[in-house]
Design a protein around this ligand. Structure first.
Ligand SMILES: N[C@@H](CCC(=O)N[C@@H](CS)C(=O)NCC(=O)O)C(=O)O
Length: 401
């Protein structure tokens, strides 16, 4: 029987519950925050949250993590081996979740634009992060792990959140906290975290947090025609049809391609299928799409979030297009590129449903060997991207389907 549903994001406090589900092989579904169940049950709209059988509900990462560990192994040493250790586990977990995370959140939200730039607030938050890091560093001078010589869930949680400080403050932070860094290296490579975080690469340069240089304006909305007097109280307008619906049904249904791409081996099966069955230049066009402001990108995961947001806003056109975009490069030096297959010969009707579409440049691609190589690479993500003549590794990516 299903053990419930975790509502989670990709980063921060959501990493540990995800990792525990995987580690203990729990029968818990993981969902994002779009569902009605999430919206009605969790008015604070934070993650992680959990709904178990018979309406059992939990918020708070600490409570959820302890519950998942007990579901997986009721005598797990991840919670310490006695009451004293258990209390220590809670102490380090809570210190991380309150003192450290509250400060890191200010930095994170300023970088992502969720908070307005405020130098004082960022400096205070950095001070707070460093104070907690100093406490950890001192403890880890004498002990291998936070509670003692054995790994506990407090280590896993703290390391999953210290990713933020190591990403934001770079080499300087490592130099100032050598024992914390030694511990972090062990933890981030530990199978329980590595299964979710993947291979972690340290960055040297700190993220530059500066006041926004310029506002990128959304495409101006077309002025609605003034209403005639007799139309003062019109009946609700029928939902406007997507302009690409006028082109009728294509010979090859896009959904079938999306299924092939999701289920089959990419190079061996999906790519040949795409060129043989899907791409018909009389019905579809191919586009190379590049983000225009690569020099403003900072962390690769944030660039990937940007692509995710763009794809969400394209959802009204998803019946008429397919695309893959990748983030190439590393933190503070990355870019976004990709390809799209679009119904018809113009890109605008498909893309202008997303208010930020003008932040991207669009180049129509003819069917040449170079185009095929580019499209194949964007589908397979197994080779570096060539950008300005340089080979750049793919850090992440998203598929619009
Ligand atoms: N007290 C909660 C805090 C949860 C929390 O703040 N989660 C962050 C992500 S790490 C979130 O959902 N932020 C969204 C927001 O602040 O709007 C816990 O410990 O689980």
């Amino acid at each position: 029987m299903s053990q419930g549903t975790l509502y989670a994001g990709d980063f921060g406090r959501s990493v540990l519950p995800r990792a525990l589900i995987k580690h203990f092989n729990l029968d818990i579904a993981i969902e994002g925050t779009d569902s009605e169940a999430y919206k009605t049950n969790f008015p604070l709209k934070k993650v992680p949250c959990f709904i178990g059988p018979k309406g059992y509900k939990l918020t708070e990462v600490l409570a959820i993590s302890v519950y998942f560990i007990n579901l997986g192994d009721s005598s797990s040493k991840l919670l310490g081996k006695n009451a004293q250790e258990y209390a220590q586990v809670l102490k380090w977990f809570s210190l991380t979740n309150s003192e450290y995370a509250s400060n890191l959140t200010v930095v994170f939200k300023t970088i992502t634009g969720a908070l307005p730039y405020n130098k004082r607030a960022i400096d205070d938050a950095a001070k707070g992060v460093n104070q907690v890091a100093d406490i950890f560093n001192l403890r880890l001078l004498d002990y291998t792990f936070l509670v003692g010589e054995r790994l506990t869930v407090a280590d896993l949680f703290a390391a999953s959140l210290f990713v933020g400080a190591f990403n934001f403050y770079g080499k300087e932070f490592r130099t100032a906290h050598p024992y914390l860094t030694r511990w972090f290296k062990t933890l981030i490579a530990h199978p329980i975290l590595a299964a979710i975080v993947g291979e972690y690469k340290f960055v040297d340069a700190p993220v530059e947090i500066a006041p926004p240089k310029k506002e990128k304006k959304a495409a101006p909305k077309k002025e609605a025609a003034p209403k005639a007097a007799e139309e003062a109280e019109p009946a609700p307008a029928p939902k406007p049809k997507h302009p690409l619906e006028a082109l009728g049904k294509p010979k090859q249904a896009l959904d079938e391609w999306k299924r092939v791409y999701s289920n089959e081996e990419t190079r061996e099966t999906a790519i040949p299928w795409f060129w043989k069955n899907m791409y018909d230049p009389s019905e579809w066009s191919l586009w190379k799409v590049d983000y225009k402001y690569n020099d403003e990108l900072t962390m690769t995961f944030m660039s990937n979030n940007l692509v995710g947001g763009f794809f969400n806003r394209l959802s009204a056109s998803v019946k008429y297009m397919f695309g893959c975009m990748v983030v190439f490069g590393e933190n503070n030096n990355n870019g976004i590129t990709g390809f799209f297959l679009v119904r018809g010969q113009e890109h605008e009707p498909a893309f202008d449903v997303a208010p930020d579409w003008e932040s991207y440049s669009f180049k129509k691609l003819d069917d040449t060997p170079e185009t095929r190589e580019f499209v194949d690479n964007m589908l397979a993500w197994d080779k570096p991207v060539v950008y300005n003549g340089e080979n750049r590794e793919i850090a992440d990516g998203k598929v619009l389907k």
